[in-house]
Write a protein that binds this ligand. Structure first.
Ligand code: SAM
Length: 281
C-alpha cells in the first residue's frame, strides 16, 4: 500500500499556494531537492527509536525521514507559519509525527521520547553552533546526530590538531564524538539559494570521552587558548604560570593553540581546574 505521505502534493506545489516566504532572520533556506533529503534520511537510518528534527520548515526532510521508516518523529519549529503548513503532513503521517512550536535553544531535547534517540537537522545557520554545544553537553542521551552546517563551519568542527581551522568546537566535538563529513550539499539544492555550500556531519557519541576531564574545564581552557589563536600558549596562559606551568606538563610553551593535541588540552584542563574555578575568566 502506498504511504499516504507519497500522495501529498509536492512541496514546490504546496509552497506556491501557501505563504511561507523564507525569512532570513530564521535561517530559512529550504531543502526541496528530494535527492538530498533522501540522502540525509538514508544516512541516518536505521530508525529504531525516536527522531528529533530541529527546524522542519515546510517538511521536505521530515517527509524523507518518515518515508524511510521512522516510527516516531518529534519536530521542533520556531516559525508558526511552518507549523500550520505542516498540518497536512502531520495528518498523512498520523500518529508518527509530533510537532512542537518552540525555540530549540530552550528545549531539553535530550529528554524527549526515549532511547535510542537521534537528532536530524538542516540547522538554521544563525543558531547552529550554540545548538551543537548545548547537545554536546548531553551527548550520552543520543545515539547519533546527523546535522547540516555551512561547509566552512563543518570543516572547523571536524578539524584535527595541526590544521589552521582547528578550534574550540573541534576540541569539544572530537573529545566527545567520532564525527565525519558525509557529503556536501550545493547551494542550488536550496530555496532560496544561499551564498555558501553546506555539508552534512554525522556525530557518533563515544562511549566515554577520549580523555578524562570535565566539560566545564575543557570549555574554559579552550576559550583561553583560542581567544588569542595567534599567540603562543605561554602568553595566553601567562596568568596561570605561562612557560613554567606548561613545561611542567610536558607541553611546549611555544605552541599555538591549533597545534595542541586534545590529550594535552585535557591535561591542561585537569591541571588548571582548581585555579579556573576560583579565577574569573
Ligand atoms: N528542515 C527544513 C529544510 O530542510 O528545508 C528547513 C531548514 S531551514 C535551514 C531552518 C529551519 O529552522 C527553519 O524552518 C526555521 O524556521 C527553523 N528555526 C530557526 N531558528 C530556530 C530555532 N531557534 N528553533 C527551532 N527552529 C528554528
Amino acid at each position: 500500500m502506498l504511504d499516504p505521505i507519497s500522495n501529498l502534493e509536492t512541496l514546490k506545489e504546496s509552497l506556491s499556494k501557501y505563504d511561507l516566504k523564507a525569512k532570513k532572520a530564521l535561517g530559512q533556506n529550504f531543502l526541496l531537492d528530494t535527492d538530498f533529503t533522501d540522502k540525509i534520511a538514508l544516512a541516518s537510518a536505521p530508525f529504531d527509536g525516536c527522531v528529533i528534527e530541529i527546524g522542519p520548515g515546510p517538511g521536505g526532510l521530515t517527509r524523507s525521514i518518515l518515508l524511510h521508516g521512522a516510527k516516531k518523529v518529534i519536530a521542533i519549529e520556531k516559525d508558526p507559519r511552518a507549523i500550520s503548513f505542516l498540518e497536512e503532513l502531520k495528518d498523512a503521517a498520523k500518529p508518527r509525527l509530533k510537532i512542537k512550536q518552540a525555540d530549540a535553544l530552550t528545549q531539553t531535547v535530550w529528554t524527549f521520547g526515549s532511547k535510542p534517540r537521534q537528532i536530524i537537522a538542516n540547522l538554521p545557520y544563525n543558531v547552529a553552533t550554540p545548538l551543537l554545544i548545548l547537545w554536546l553537553k548531553h551527548i550520552n542521551a543520543f545515539d547519533k546526530l546527523t546535522l547540516m552546517f555551512q561547509k566552512e563551519v563543518a570543516e572547523r568542527i571536524v578539524a584535527r590538531p595541526g590544521y589552521n581551522n582547528f578550534g574550540r568546537l573541534s576540541v569539544l566535538t572530537n573529545w566527545l564524538t567520532d564525527s565525519e563529513i558525509l557529503f556536501e550539499v550545493p547551494a542550488s539544492a536550496f530555496t532560496p539559494r544561499p551564498k555558501v555550500t553546506s555539508a552534512v556531519i554525522q556525530f557518533l557519541p563515544r562511549k566515554k570521552p577520549l580523555y578524562d576531564c570535565t566539560m566545564k574545564h575543557l570549555e574554559i581552557v579552550t576559550q583561553i587558548a583560542f581567544n588569542q589563536r595567534r599567540k603562543m600558549l605561554r602568553a595566553s596562559f601567562k596568568q596561570f604560570g605561562g612557560s613554567e606551568m606548561l613545561s611542567s606538563l610536558g607541553i611546549d610553551p611555544q605552541l599555538r593553540p591549533q597545534e595542541l593535541s586534545i590529550q594535552n588540552f585535557c591535561k591542561l584542563a585537569n591541571h588548571l581546574g582548581n585555579h579556573i574555578d576560583e579565577a574569573t575568566v
